[in-house]
Design a protein around this ligand. Structure first.
Ligand SMILES: Cc1cc2nc3c(=O)[nH]c(=O)nc-3n(C[C@H](O)[C@H](O)[C@H](O)COP(=O)(O)O)c2cc1C
Length: 182
């Protein structure tokens, strides 16, 4: 069994991560993301260096992190299969600027803004270590109620296996011009 086989068994939640800097907005679907510390609270978001979102996030002090319900496949496809290198993904999508400036998607099941406290070279992705800004958390109560309600897809969060047929706007084997590992 290879590491690829091992990874294929894992079914992490998917997020949409957004950023805004210099009048530019961006956002993409992210599976490489997790809370990684309790005290202090920290959340790690890994962005591929070939993504438009990475280039905007590199100039942003705060990122938006959105949790999706299992039936929000369309929203996941919108942010995971298209690239802002080609069009404005926010056109036609309801969003508002968060208290700290990250674009927040109105349809998300829950969201928070996180201040970037560290950027870490991690191979073809770059880690963005976030300090979650508590006062920005939205939707959590509604999401919890939905989770407690009987079992339908709206009660679950969207996970990688739900999105298995999506084709990333920037394929996994794409390399950034001039990029080395890390
Ligand atoms: C299921 C799935 C998971 C993904 N996970 C990540 C991820 O963890 N990090 C990342 O940077 N891109 C990830 N992507 C790829 C981006 O979402 C995708 O290439 C997107 O089109 C990039 O948009 P952008 O160029 O506008 O940033 C994933 C895509 C899919 C379909």
């Amino acid at each position: 069994m290879s590491f690829g086989d091992f990874s294929g068994l894992v079914d992490p939640p998917l997020y949409i991560v957004t950023a805004s800097a210099g009048g530019e907005r961006s956002g993409c679907l992210v599976g490489f993301a997790t809370q990684c510390s309790i005290h202090p609270p920290r959340f790690l978001v890994c962005l591929s260096v070939v993504n438009h979102t990475y280039r905007v996030a590199a100039r942003a002090g705060v990122l938006g992190v959105h949790l999706l319900a299992a039936d929000q496949h369309g929203l996941a496809a919108h942010f995971g299969e298209r690239t802002s290198d080609e069009d404005d993904k926010f056109a036609g999508i309801a969003w508002h600027p968060g208290p700290h400036g990250a674009p927040l998607l109105d349809a998300a099941r829950a969201a928070f803004e996180g201040r970037v406290v560290q950027r870490l070279p991690l191979g073809d992705h770059r880690g963005h270590l976030l300090e979650p800004l508590d006062e920005t958390v939205t939707g959590a109560a509604a999401a919890l109620r939905s989770q407690q309600s009987a079992g339908g897809p709206a009660g679950r969060q969207l996970r990688l296996q739900d999105a298995a047929t999506l084709e990333a706007g920037h394929p996994a084997d794409e390399t950034a011009p001039g990029a080395g590992a890390g």
